[in-house]
Design a binder for this molecule. Structure first.
Ligand code: KE4
Length: 435
C-alpha cells in the first residue's frame, strides 16, 4: 500500500520552525497543553487543512485523522453541510450579543434529543458548562460538597482539578498549582466503577453533597465503560440523598447515541453538560436540566452565569447542521459498523505480533492501552506502558495516521472515515506492532 504524502519525514521543516516560533509567544507553543506532545515526545505537526477524514500539515504531509479535534468532528473535517450553514450565517453577520433565532432552534434540537433536558443554557466551552452546572447544583441544594471520580476530567474548573484525598472518603487535594486547598476541600474523589466505594461515600457524606459529576462513559483516562448497573446505582443513591446527578456528556453527548449515554443506559441525569459535537467544531458548551432546576439560572433565577459569545450565531449554525446530520436514521449503526471491526482488527494485529494491548471501545470512540490487564478504572489505566504508547503513536504518525498524542485519551471514528481508511490504518498499525 503506497505511503501517504510526507511519510517518514513528519513533521517537516516548516512545522518545526513554526512550532519553535510559537513556543516563544504562547506557553508550550500551544493553546491547550495536550497539543504540545508532552505525553508522547517530539514536535507536533502544524496543521493547515482538513477535509473529511484527512488533515494536512504545513509541509504537505497527509494524515488519516482520529483526533477529530478531540471529539467535535463526528462528521469529519470541513463537512459541506456545516460549511454552507456557516457561510449562510456569516453573510448576515457573526455576533450580536442579542437573542437570535438560531439559539432557539438549537435549544429545540437539544431538548428534543435529551428527555432530561427541558431547558438549556449555551456557553462557549465544556469547562463553562461544568463550572456553571456545579454552581447551579450548589444553589439548588444549598449544599457545598461535590463528588467526582478519579480519572474523569471535566475541564479546568478549580473545584474539579482535584485529586483524591488520603482516604476513600476524605476530601480532595489540589490537582494543580493555583487551586486553593480550601476549594479542593469541598471535593471528594472516589475510584470510577467501584460500587462499594460509591455506596460508602454516599453513606458518609450524601447529606452534604450538592452534586455528583461523572463521565457516564469515561474517555479521559482512555475509554472506560462503567460496570453493569453502576450508573443506576449512582442514580438511585443520588435520588435517595437529595444530591443532583450531573452527567458530563461533553464527549458522549451525540457521540455514543443521538441522546448520548443517557439514551444508551436509560438513565436520566438531573443536569447534563454538553460540548464538542454540539458546536460542530465551533466553541459551544451547554448545560441543561428540568425546568425547575434551570429556572434558577439568571435572569429568571438567582444563579448568575453569563457570556459575551454564548449562543454565537456561527456556533449555533454549525451545531444545528451537525445535529441535523446526526438525526438521520442509521447514522450510529454506521459508526458502530465501522468502529467495531476496526477495534477487533487492532486486537488481532497485536495478537499476531505478540503485543500486550487492551482495546477499550464504546461506539465510535476507542483507546489502545499498552497493558496485559483489563482497564476498568484510572488505577488500572495508569499501569499501561505509556512509553510503548508513545512509540506506537509516532510509528503511526510517521506513516500518516494521527492518533491522540496521549495514552489516556480517545481515538474517534467519524462518518467521514471510509473502509479503505480503516484498512490502511490497520496495515499501519500492523507495521507498528511488528517493529
Ligand atoms: P472544554 O473546556 O475543553 O471545551 O471541555 C472540557 C471537557 C469537559 N468534559 C469532558 C468529558 C471533556 O473531555 C472535556 C475536554 N476534553 C479534552 C480532551 N479529553 C479536550 C482537549 C484539550 O484539553 O485540549
Amino acid at each position: 500500500m503506497a505511503d501517504l504524502p510526507g511519510a517518514g519525514a513528519r513533521p517537516g521543516p516548516r512545522s518545526r520552525a513554526l512550532f519553535e516560533a510559537a513556543k516563544a509567544l504562547m506557553p508550550g507553543g500551544v493553546n491547550s497543553p495536550v497539543r504540545a506532545f508532552g505525553a508522547v515526545g517530539g514536535t507536533p505537526p502544524i496543521l493547515a487543512r482538513g477535509a473529511g477524514a484527512r488533515v494536512w500539515d504545513v509541509d504537505g504531509a497527509e494524515y488519516i485523522d482520529y483526533l477529530a479535534s478531540w471529539g467535535p468532528l463526528i462528521l469529519g473535517h470541513a463537512d459541506p453541510d456545516v460549511k454552507w450553514a456557516l457561510v449562510e450565517a456569516l453573510e448576515r453577520g457573526w455576533t450580536y450579543g442579542a437573542p437570535t433565532e438560531a439559539e432557539g432552534e438549537m435549544a429545540r434540537l437539544v431538548t428534543a434529543a435529551f428527555p432530561s433536558i427541558e431547558m438549556v443554557r449555551f456557553v462557549s466551552s465544556g469547562t463553562e458548562a461544568t463550572m456553571s452546572a456545579l454552581r447551579l447544583a450548589r444553589a439548588c441544594t444549598g449544599r457545598t460538597a461535590i463528588l467526582k471520580f478519579a480519572g474523569c476530567y471535566h475541564g479546568h474548573v478549580d473545584a474539579l482539578l482535584v485529586q483524591a484525598g488520603s482516604g476513600l472518603a476524605t476530601f480532595g487535594l489540589p490537582g494543580t498549582a493555583g487551586v486553593p486547598a480550601a476549594v479542593a476541600a469541598d471535593t471528594l474523589v472516589v475510584p470510577y466503577g467501584d460500587a462499594a466505594a460509591l455506596a460508602e461515600v454516599l453513606r458518609l457524606h450524601g447529606e452534604r453533597l450538592a452534586a455528583v459529576i461523572i463521565e457516564p462513559v469515561a474517555a479521559n483516562m482512555g475509554v472506560v465503560t462503567p460496570p453493569e448497573g453502576y450508573l443506576q446505582q449512582l442514580r438511585d443513591l443520588c435520588t435517595a440523598s437529595g444530591t443532583l446527578l450531573i452527567f458530563d456528556e461533553v464527549i458522549t453527548g451525540f457521540r455514543v447515541a443521538y441522546g448520548g449515554a443517557q439514551e444508551r443506559f436509560g438513565i436520566r441525569a438531573d443536569i447534563t453538560c454538553l460540548g464538542k459535537i454540539v458546536g460542530g467544531g465551533l466553541p459551544v458548551g451547554a448545560y441543561g436540566g428540568s425546568r425547575a432546576i434551570m429556572e434558577r439560572v439568571a435572569p429568571s433565577g438567582d444563579v448568575y452565569q453569563a457570556g459575551t459569545l454564548s449562543g454565537n450565531p456561527l456556533a449555533m449554525a454549525a451545531g444545528a447542521a451537525t445535529l441535523r446530520a446526526l438525526a438521520v436514521p442509521g447514522v450510529y449503526d454506521g459508526l458502530e459498523a465501522m468502529t467495531a471491526p476496526f477495534a477487533a482488527g487492532v486486537v488481532e494485529a497485536a495478537r499476531r505480533h505478540g503485543r500486550s494491548v487492551r482495546v477499550n471501545r464504546f461506539g465510535s470512540m476507542l483507546t489502545v492501552f499498552f497493558t496485559d490487564a483489563d482497564v476498568r478504572d484510572y488505577a488500572s489505566a495508569q499501569r499501561a506502558d505509556t512509553a510503548a504508547y508513545a512509540r506506537f503513536f509516532h510509528a503511526l504518525l510517521d506513516r500518516g495516521v494521527y492518533f491522540p498524542p496521549a495514552q489516556f485519551e480517545t481515538a474517534f471514528v467519524s462518518l467521514a472515515h471510509r473502509p479503505d481508511d480503516i484498512e490502511r490504518t490497520l496495515a499501519v498499525i500492523e507495521e507498528a506492532f511488528a517493529n
